[in-house]
Ligand binder design. Structure first.
Ligand SMILES: [Fe+2]
Length: 283
């Protein structure tokens, strides 16, 4: 990472700026981690060679293509036009649907943090393949195209979809790609904070009977989509990702760990957990 004029690291400058932005609520991850490790362990049980590659090392072809495929899935990258567009729609939604100035400010903090991630993933992309850094990768998964027509929709999006990002970052802790392993704890923490922001909004919404009914109804749309984001349980790629040390567990395992976490949180809000096979597109 580059250095700023006064010799501090680029990330140091960003983190100092973040500390200035803290409020009682933001960032939400503080409370979650203050009570210990909020996320389940994802442990690899497969025997595999201990690969380890750093940025400037030559990469085996299969490894490079799997790593690029994985990074394409992570939309937040400064050179990804679709990501910047998505951030724009987030601002439009906050303007149109968010009920209070405080909620809008939290959304702005969320976007600032995603832009920080966009710098971090941009660095990884440049280190991997220059032309990948500017590639536009539209959001392929249908979850990103589900209509967000209410504050409750957006709250569920953050609670469930940013949590997906936290679980993936958790799985990078043991990544064989050193630059990814190095940034995993920060991305995991931030994404969990975004999920907790969504959960904070949900708690407010379900505090009223009408809100509770609305969220329960919207779960039928968002819950299956969130589980589908982990891909097919019989994916042929998953064993190769695990072999190369880019993932620790398969799609079914990480989905089950995620579901366990989500179900407990939904029940804590007095919501009924939908049937996990209902409305699914990828089992
Ligand atoms: Fe996020």
């Amino acid at each position: 990472m580059a250095e700023s004029a006064d010799g501090r690291s680029e990330m140091g400058v960003i983190e100092e700026a973040e500390r200035r932005g803290r409020t009682d609520l933001w960032p939400f991850w503080r409370k979650a981690y203050a009570q210990g490790d909020p996320l389940p362990q994802l442990t690899c049980t497969a025997s595999r060679p201990g690969y380890r590659f750093d940025e400037d090392e030559p990469l085996p072809e299969e490894y490079r293509s799997l790593l690029t495929k994985m990074l394409r899935h992570e939309g937040e990258r400064a050179g990804n036009k679709s990501f910047l567009g998505f951030m724009g729609t987030c601002l439009d939604l906050a303007e149109a649907l968010f009920p209070t100035a405080e909620a809008k400010l939290l959304k702005a903090e969320y976007i600032a943090e995603e832009l920080k991630h966009a710098i971090m993933f941009h660095r990884i992309a440049v280190g991997l393949q220059h032309d990948f850094a500017l590639r536009d990768v539209p959001y392929a998964h249908y979850t990103f195209h589900l209509p967000r027509e209410s504050w409750a929709d957006d709250a569920l999006f953050h609670f469930l979809v940013d949590l997906n990002g936290a679980f993936h970052a958790r799985d990078w802790r043991e990544s064989s790609y050193v630059p990814l392993a190095k940034m995993s704890a920060t991305v995991e923490r931030d994404e969990l904070g975004h999920s907790e922001m969504g959960y904070h909004f949900l708690r407010e919404i379900v505090s009223e009977r009408k809100g509770q009914a609305l969220v329960q109804c919207l779960l039928a749309k968002w819950y299956p989509a969130a589980l589908d984001m982990f891909g097919r349980s019989d994916s042929t790629n998953a064993p190769r990702f695990i072999h190369w040390g880019l993932k620790s567990v398969g799609n079914a395992e990480i989905r089950q760990a995620y579901k366990g976490y989500v179900d407990r949180k939904l029940e804590a809000l007095g919501l009924d957990v939908p049937d996990e096979r209902a409305n699914r597109r990828f089992l």
